[in-house]
Design a protein around this ligand. Sequence first.
Ligand SMILES: [Zn+2]
Length: 99
Amino acid sequence: MTDREAFALYELRCRKHIQQGGRCAICGNYVHLAFFQLGHRIPQRKDMIQKYGSRIIYHPRNMVGTCSLNCNGKVQLTPDSMEEKALAESIRGDITEGR
Ligand SMILES: [Zn+2]
């Protein structure tokens, strides 16, 4: 990871922390920024990147902030579910419109 990528990731964590009011997306507990971790709703696995493309997988809307590894493990959407496909389609629409 380059310094620029690391900075972009830190910036995204800060932004998500503010958007979520400092709360975990799963359990709702407050979490200090230092322990706030991002999880992928559609996982960043090779097969998923091939299926949806890296722009969708690494899009901010595919990520949510959580308080712990336990909560982070619950972020992932059910594979091949309607929810997963709907999120991917919605993000694709944002990308197309330049958001
Ligand atoms: Zn939590």
